[in-house]
Structures are given as C-alpha cells and as structure tokens.
Design a binder for this molecule. Structure first.
Ligand SMILES: NC(=O)c1ccc[n+]([C@@H]2O[C@H](COP(=O)([O-])OP(=O)(O)OC[C@H]3O[C@@H](n4cnc5c(N)ncnc54)[C@H](O)[C@@H]3O)[C@@H](O)[C@H]2O)c1
Length: 218
C-alpha cells in the first residue's frame, strides 16, 4: 500500500531532502509541501496525508504535531529543541502516533549507543557537538539525548561554524587514557534512510510518542 506523505518545512534544508527521498521511495507518494515560504499551511495538506514529516523550527514543531494528531494523521518529527513532554497529552488523546528522533543518521544512533556503554566504564566524559551556523538550538538534540543516556553529569560544548553539517565527539577520560567516539553527517542525505524507516513504521507503534530511532533499528 502506498503511504501518502506530506512534509512540513518543505522549503527548508532538511525538508527539501525529505521531499526528494519521499519522491524516490516506491512505496510512498508525496501529497503535500507545507511551508510559509511556499504559501502553504500545514492545515492545507493534512487532509491528503497518512503521515506528516516535520522538519521546521523549535517554536513551531509542537503546534504542528498537535495539529497532525488532532486530525488523526501520524507525525514523524525531526525538529529539535522543543519540549517533548508537552507532546504526551496530544498523543494520548489521538488514534494517530508521533515518532520523534533527534538524529535520523544510523551512525549517530550507533555513536549514542556506544557512548552510553563506554560511560559505564570510564571515569568522566564531555561532549563537543559541531553544527552549521544557521542551527537555531544549542545544545543540539543529539547531544542532549546522548548525555541523557550516559552515566553521570556530562558537560556539552556547542560549536557553530559555516561549512559544517552535523558532527559530534564524545570524549572520555580516565587515569592515563582517553577514548573519543566521533560521528559525522557530511550531507543531509545521511538522515534520509532513517526518516523513511520512521515513515513506514509510525503507524504501527505501540507507544506514542516514541523517541529515538534505536527503537526501530535494534
Ligand atoms: N532529527 C534529525 O536527524 C535532524 C537533522 C538535521 C536537522 N534537524 C532539525 O530539523 C529542523 C530543521 O532544520 P533545517 O536546517 O532544515 O532548518 P531550515 O531553517 O532550513 O528549515 C525550516 C523550514 O521550516 C519552515 N517553517 C517555519 N515555520 C513553519 C510552520 N509553522 N509550518 C511549516 N513549515 C514551517 C521554514 O520556512 C523553513 O523553510 C531543526 O530543528 C534542526 O535542528 C534534525
């Protein structure tokens, strides 16, 4: 069965990549592109969609997700920097599901998993996350989620520079030794396989909202 997909933030950096990925997927049909930059509101595309993929802004993602859930449309959220807890009531009241991932790149999911394991054995750790200079939130959602999965207090340092996409180092220290786990997304295509997996699976979740691509991979 073809999944009808609308993209919120379709004119943005991530949104354009999602539009191309959905158009390239045999089992999906792109039915809407919502973005103020395109003159199309989310409400205008909800009627034709089974799933909305949201890559917008920290201050709009929550309202967009609530609109989707109220309309009975599943939502896959990649936007970072918004209050996840505020999604629970809307998700509980809806038959539709919400899936959220701060990072859809498989290498980032592995980095978080390995960092969580290493933190059980090393004395201390700090995170350095590096992103392009147009990123609105700091620290990144990925860094915050990495730290949340590790033991102890983990300081996060944020770097914003032109030319970067999305990168992170988790540096561990212990007596006479260190360990560095590094992940790099060099292009936005790195996130697309994970986004398509989430679009295919969001309708069958047993928990909503579900946070983290690892739940769909492992
Ligand atoms: N989860 C991941 O793997 C991942 C990866 C990269 C980026 N991100 C996150 O995705 C988000 C988008 O990043 P970006 O670089 O594409 O930003 P961007 O600024 O290039 O694009 C955002 C787009 O959203 C549009 N927009 C604003 N309000 C809207 C609304 N109410 N409805 C629909 N569209 C609206 C804007 O006009 C813009 O075109 C950020 O929060 C970023 O941190 C997540």
């Amino acid at each position: 069965m073809t999944i009808r997909v609308a993209v919120a933030g379709a004119a943005g950096r991530m949104g354009q990549a999602v539009v191309a990925a959905v158009e390239g997927a045999d089992d999906m049909e792109l039915t809407g592109r919502a973005d103020p930059a395109l003159g199309t509101a989310l409400a205008d595309v909800l009627g034709d969609a089974d799933v909305v993929v949201d890559f917008t802004r920290p201050d709009t993602a929550l309202d967009n997700a609530r609109q989707c859930l109220a309309a009975g449309v599943h939502v896959v959220i990649g936007t970072t920097g918004f209050d996840l807890d505020a999604l629970h009531d809307a998700a509980a009241a809806s038959d539709a599901n919400a899936f959220v991932a701060p990072n859809f790149a498989i290498s980032a999911v592995l980095m978080m998993r390995f960092a969580a394991e290493a933190s059980q054995h090393m004395a201390a750790a700090e995170i350095v996350e590096l992103h392009h200079d147009a990123k609105l939130d700091a620290p990144s959602g990925t860094a915050a989620r990495t730290a949340a999965q590790m033991q102890g207090e983990v300081p996060i340092h944020s770097v914003r520079l032109p030319g970067l996409v999305a990168h992170q180092e988790v540096i561990f220290g212990d007596v006479g030794q260190s360990l560095t786990i590094r992940q790099d997304s060099y292009s936005r295509e790195s996130f697309m396989p994970g986004v398509l997996i989430a679009v295919r699976r969001v309708g069958e979740l047993e928990t909503s909202p579900l946070v983290g691509l690892e739940h769909l991979l492992f």
